[in-house]
Ligand binder design. Structure first.
Ligand code: IPE
Ligand code: IPE
Ligand code: MG
Length: 245
């Protein structure tokens, strides 16, 4: 099957297994995170090459703050280094960056970098790279509910106007289509608070590889598996599993 002719519009990835990748080799966990950044670069290249419109990467969850301080600091450092080092090239490659997740309670020097990445690339028309950082679905949904409640309390919005479409507009992902395919690496089969609302009809794919081993071939195999699936969206007849090109 030629998967390049049937690619999903939006792929989201739960990049998991950095720590175990390192442990298996007798390295500190941070080595796994470092290798993981290289896998990120490759995934972005493949998504761009194949004409995927949106690639969402789960980089740091709202629950990952509970990790040891040294690991959290390492992860913050890697994110900052990634943006500093790669932003210019991503911009040249016409990639548009969007950040989803809560924008409070993060180290003071991280937010300005994230905002700079969004601002610099906002008019680009190629791949949209969505970085889920300080992201948790329940937090996102609660923030959306608070915004709607405030508008109702202010008399700007009727209770009846709170529909799924109106709700989705208040989520961090507004304007981004729901993911067609969610891939999780490392063999874990759970969503871990990722895109719970948006995943309503996503195809889920759990693969055994640890994230640092995620390669072009792994990505292509995942897309092949997606292209073979039949999606029904609650109906009777299959709906095209992918955007045909
Ligand atoms: C994914 O790898 C990276 C982040 C969650 C930030 P992990 O660090 O969760 O690696 P494992 O799951 O412990 O192997
Ligand atoms: C999910 O992985 C978060 C990211 C990939 C950023 P975790 O490693 O945090 O998830 P759990 O704790 O195994 O569910
Ligand atoms: Mg993990």
């Amino acid at each position: 099957m030629d998967v390049t002719r049937r690619v999903p519009e939006h792929v989201a990835i739960i990049m998991d297994g950095n720590g175990r990748w390192a442990k298996m080799r007798g390295y500190p966990r941070t080595m796994g995170h470092r290798k993981g950044v290289e896998a990120v670069r490759e995934a972005v290249r493949v998504a761009g090459d194949l004409g995927i419109s949106y690639l969402t990467l789960f980089a740091f969850s709202s629950e990952n703050w509970t990790r040891p301080e040294t690991e959290v600091n390492d992860l913050m450092g890697l994110l900052k280094a990634f943006i500093r080092r790669d932003l210019a090239e991503l911009h040249r490659e016409n990639v548009r960056i969007r950040i989803i997740g809560a924008r409070d309670n993060m180290p003071g020097d991280v937010l300005p970098l994230l905002l700079e990445a969004e601002e610099t690339t906002k008019d680009n028309s190629g791949l949209t790279l969505v970085i889920a950082f300080n992201y948790g679905s329940r937090d996102e949904i609660a923030r959306a509910a608070r915004k709607l409640a405030a508008r109702v309390a202010a008399g700007e919005l009727s209770v009846e106007a709170i529909t799924p479409v109106a709700f989705a507009r208040e989520l961090d992902t507004f304007g981004i289509p729901d993911p067609d395919l969610i891939i999780r690496t490392s063999g874990e089969e759970r969503l871990s608070n990722f895109l719970l609302w948006q995943a309503a009809y996503a195809e889920l794919l759990f693969i055994p590889d640890f994230w640092p081993d995620f390669s072009r071939e792994t990505f292509m195999a995942a897309l092949e598996s997606f292209a073979r699936r039949e999606r029904r969206f609650g109906g009777v007849d299959p709906v095209a599993a992918a955007v045909s090109r």
